[in-house]
Write a protein that binds this ligand. Sequence first.
Ligand SMILES: *Cc1c(COP(=O)(O)O)cnc(C)c1O
Length: 237
Amino acid sequence: MHIAELLRKNLTAVRERIAAAAARCERDPRDITLIGVTKYVSAEIARELVNAGVTSLGESRPQELSRKRDALADLPIDWHLIGHLQRNKIKLLPDQCLLHSVDSLRLLTALEEEAAHRGIVWPILLEVNISGDAAKHGFVPAEMAQPIEALHSCPHLQLQGLMTMAALEGGCERARINFHALRELRDQLAVQHPQLPLQELSMGMSDDFEVAIEEGARLIRVGSALFEGLPDDFATA
Ligand SMILES: *Cc1c(COP(=O)(O)O)cnc(C)c1O
């Protein structure tokens, strides 16, 4: 099958899954943004995905994000950094990019410094380690007061919401518990800090985005489901 045709077929299947999940919880599917995670594929394949209609793309590494962004500069794309960010890579970030994985106070401070230096405002999400998994990055739910307090002195960062990854083990039902907990945490913070814009919830990947939508996700990060069936030589990680 031709690459473009395969991507269209995969995209249709993903959009149908989004629509079905949204219908189950009476949400408008237009409130859910599909972020195509292109970390597995080349810029050429990412271009085909954009041509098929996905205009939000996510990458886990700043250097790869910049590389694809340059290669696809002629296309209107909203870029998302979804992976753990090392402070020494901040300089590689483009000015316009939603940062999903802000996971420490040190990173917040370093991002603020760079954004102030550039004279820009970066939109950010705070990553929460909701599953309590020791291997996962993110703020501890009980300690969210720390980054929220720190953001008072970060005028060049604009908080938009929260992000999480579900526990690796336990399948969709464990994921549902994690996503539900993130939403509750967001709702609780919104009551405590009514001035904070916390509308975005970034949660759900290929295997669990339906439960994420049912639990309130507004940004879903989908990679493998979009690139299924692609010959290996096209997938250059
Ligand atoms: C790779 C990745 C995804 C996409 O995962 P799939 O299971 O391939 O859909 C989503 N979020 C993050 C943070 C990732 O690193």
